[in-house]
Design a protein around this ligand. Structure first.
Ligand code: SAM
Length: 423
């Protein structure tokens, strides 16, 4: 066991994205699986100097790099999902001009009414249609969304085209018949009765623009020149970091990888990916999934590799035993667990090479449970990192997460924490 430090009070509230929903710019897209800007600030406050070069291997909606940019600290970041990548790009853009913003908003409002759209898609249940039992958008909602999308696509200035695309992305779930239900999308209980119109879509879009984005743009004021947008890559970090980052160049890593909870971000954000053309067909969805960290069972992984680690080995044995007595909802669960740690090892390996001596890593992750067996992800990751050469300074215990009803019998709660490493 590594040294655990009680951070329940300090981190309890700030390990969630929720707090960002009231913060300028951070609030532009209601992300779920992130942490707050205060978490980043608390780490910066621990540093002896702010003359740092940082790296974020799993950018998500860009909380780390945006907040570091606000503190005047450069940060490279990697994100495999094109939707998250766009959101982070848009939030880090520094040159918005209120007059131009208003000009393009007026353009959208003027053009959208008469935009000529057709509801054509390769995704069976995206739009309402004859003979379908379920659909993500009612027809009039789909027309409203498509009208906005088609007008936004004609904006010639990239930064405004991207900004308005994110604004549209941020209201899609609300106007659809779906909600985010943990790791998947489910139909809202009243979806058949709830009838929204094209006008409702426009109103929600306008509210987002007027009540949040315009307010934040009119208050923009930068005190430093740091631009982390130019350091953001839409790439698989397992490959990208090696190519893009110089050895011995990084002082600080702050990150939160996908947890070992079988959540596939491609699934969770499927509505936005399909609607906005990030993935055009089922094959593109599969290709995107293949590039993600192996924290889910949406792909049948064929890789036989494993990590030589005693704690992991014991856990995998325990899981093999327990799985014999329990019916699994997916036969690839144990492969996923094994390969998740192979990915973790690769990440620690490359981070070790890229970091300067005495550089720090803050790695936010949580434990998991399958077949009523606890997977001590925090301890296993710490031990893998140590094998790669890092010194484990401590594990900061942040909060306890609920286990799923199937795991409750033996595993009551799951610890979420922050592993602090030194190169
Ligand atoms: C827990 S989220 C990070 C949230 C982030 N801290 C925030 O506040 O927005 C993990 C992210 O890792 C991304 N991801 C998964 N596999 C990846 C890979 N191979 N390379 C880069 N990013 C990946 C997911 O798409 C997801 O956005």
């Amino acid at each position: 066991m590594y040294k655990h430090t009680d951070y329940y009070k300090t981190y309890g509230r700030i390990m969630q994205f929720n707090k960002n929903k009231k913060e300028p710019i951070h609030r532009w897209y209601p992300f779920v699986e992130g942490y707050s800007r205060e978490f980043i600030q608390s780490i910066v406050a621990e540093m002896e100097s702010t003359d740092l070069m940082c790296l974020e291997p799993f950018s998500g909606s860009g909380t780390t790099a945006l907040e570091l940019q606000n503190c005047g600290i450069p940060c490279f970041s990697f994100e495999v999902n094109p939707l998250m990548y766009l959101i982070a790009r848009v939030k880090m853009e520094r040159t918005y001009d209120l007059n131009k913003f208003d000009y393009w908003y007026d353009y959208i409002v003027r053009e959208r009414k008469n935009a000529n759209v057709q509801l054509i898609t390769e995704f069976n249940t995206l739009y309402q249609g004859d003979g379908k039992k379920k659909w993500n958008y009612d027809e009039s909602v789909a027309v409203g969304v498509e009208k906005l999308k088609s007008v936004i696509e004609t904006i010639p200035e990239e930064i405004y085209r991207e900004l308005y695309k994110v604004a549209l992305a941020s209201i899609l779930l609300e106007v659809s018949n779906l909600y985010r239900n943990g790791k998947c999308l489910s139909y809202k209980r009243d979806w058949k009765e709830k009838k929204l119109t094209e006008e409702d879509v426009f109103t929600k879009f306008d509210d987002k623009i007027k009540k949040e984005i315009r307010v934040d743009i009119s208050n923009l004021g930068y005190t430093t020149n740091v631009n982390n947008k130019i350091r953001l890559y839409n790439e698989d970090s397992r490959i990208g970091i090696e190519k893009k980052i110089a050895d011995n160049s990084i002082d600080l890593v702050i990150t939160s990888p996908p947890y070992l909870n079988s959540r596939d971000y491609t699934d969770t954000y499927m509505l936005e990916l399909k609607t906005l053309g990030f993935t055009k067909n089922y094959n593109e969805i599969k290709m995107l999934r293949e590039k993600t960290l192996r924290s889910h069972v949406q792909i049948k992984w064929k890789d036989q590799s494993s990590v030589n680690n005693k704690l992991l080995y014991n856990t995998l044995n325990e899981l093999e035993q327990a799985s014999k007595d329990t019916e699994a909802w997916n036969e690839s669960i144990i492969d996923m667990i094994r390969l998740y740690f192979v990915d973790m090892q690769n990440i620690f390996k490359v981070l070790y090479r890229k970091m300067k001596v005495r550089g720090r890593v803050y790695f936010n992750v949580s434990n998991s449970a399958y077949f009523n067996v606890l997977i001590n992800t925090l301890e296993i990751c710490a031990s893998i990192a140590e094998n790669e050469g890092f010194k484990v300074l401590e594990i900061r215990d942040a909060r306890n997460l609920k286990t799923s009803p199937q795991q409750k019998e033996k595993v009551e709660k799951l610890l979420e924490g922050v592993i602090v490493l030194e190169r």
